[in-house]
Design a protein around this ligand. Structure first.
Ligand SMILES: NC(=O)c1ccc[n+]([C@@H]2O[C@H](COP(=O)([O-])OP(=O)(O)OC[C@H]3O[C@@H](n4cnc5c(N)ncnc54)[C@H](OP(=O)(O)O)[C@@H]3O)[C@@H](O)[C@H]2O)c1
Length: 245
């Protein structure tokens, strides 16, 4: 059932992690709803393929989100050409095992830098007066791992728990200009990330509605970006097919 139709005509959004999985689906649906999108990820080939597939207005930039200067440059050029942003989605992220007995601090920091600090940087840039319209809306992708432990994923879980904690504080800092920020915490979604052999602990048994697909998450993200969510900020939303139940 696809009966909810969003209209993002004349709206500009930044999406990170647009080359794959959840970020790709969000980018596609925003474009279908008429938005102009600045789509960021590292893999230029995948971004080009997305651009060809989408019948919409999308500017692609191959960039590592941990390179803050490059990210700002991309936003600066986009805003100069297309106007200020109405919101952002930080969906770029990585996952890896960091079991305690073989804890790899470098790997843990990389997960934190990509999934969390880069998201805070995106939020800072995308709410700056020179880059953002007032009353913009932002979504950061967290995970059910913020709420429930999974063997070997302590760093990933901690990073994901940091996101809703940070956005609760940031929501208070940005509300005076009407800006909003929320996070979305998906359960297991069928993407490149989950094809990395991380299905341990009979994980799927706890999914009352089975494994999700990117389009099971994107609808909520588009809703949060839309004006219908104008009274919603500083909150985390679980979309997990009943996993945490
Ligand atoms: N899939 C799940 O089950 C699940 C569940 C809960 C939460 N999440 C979260 O949802 C988000 C999206 O994950 P996904 O499942 O869609 O994974 P995915 O298909 O692997 O996509 C990850 C995206 O992040 C981008 N990315 C990674 N490192 C980057 C970097 N340094 N700079 C720029 N872009 C980077 C990748 O693009 P390039 O490789 O082209 O750079 C890709 O577009 C992540 O935060 C993930 O933790 C996923």
């Amino acid at each position: 059932m696809d009966e909810i139709i969003f209209n993002f005509k004349n709206k500009n959004f930044l999406v990170t992690g647009a080359s794959s999985g959840i970020g790709r689906q969000i980018t596609k649906e925003l474009a279908m709803a008429g938005a102009k999108i600045l789509a960021l990820a590292r893999d230029e080939g995948k971004l080009k393929a997305l651009q060809e597939e989408i019948f919409g207005d999308i500017c692609i930039n191959s960039v590592d989100v941990t390179n803050y200067d490059r990210v700002e440059k991309c936003i600066d050029v986009f805003v100069t050409q297309h106007g200020k942003l109405h919101g952002s989605v930080h969906a770029a992220g990585i996952i890896d095992f960091t079991p305690l007995r073989a804890f790899n601090m470098e790997q843990a920091k990389k997960i934190m830098d990509t999934s969390f600090w880069a998201g805070i940087n995106v939020l800072q840039l995308a709410t700056k007066r020179k880059y953002a319209e007032d009353c913009s809306s932002h979504v950061q992708i967290s995970s059910v791992n913020a709420y429930r432990g999974q063997r070997g994923l302590s760093a990933y879980g901690a990073v994901k728990a940091a996101t809703p904690a940070a956005i609760r504080a940031i929501a208070k800092e940005i509300a005076s200009r009407g800006h909003r920020v929320n996070s979305v915490s998906p359960g297991l979604v069928n993407t490149d990330m989950t094809r990395q052999n991380l299905l341990s602990d009979n994980l799927l048994e706890n999914y009352l509605l089975g494994m999700g697909n990117p389009e099971d998450v994107s609808g909520l993200v588009l809703f949060l970006l839309s004006n219908r969510a104008r009274w919603i900020t500083g909150a985390d939303f679980i979309v997990d097919g009943g996993y945490l139940a």
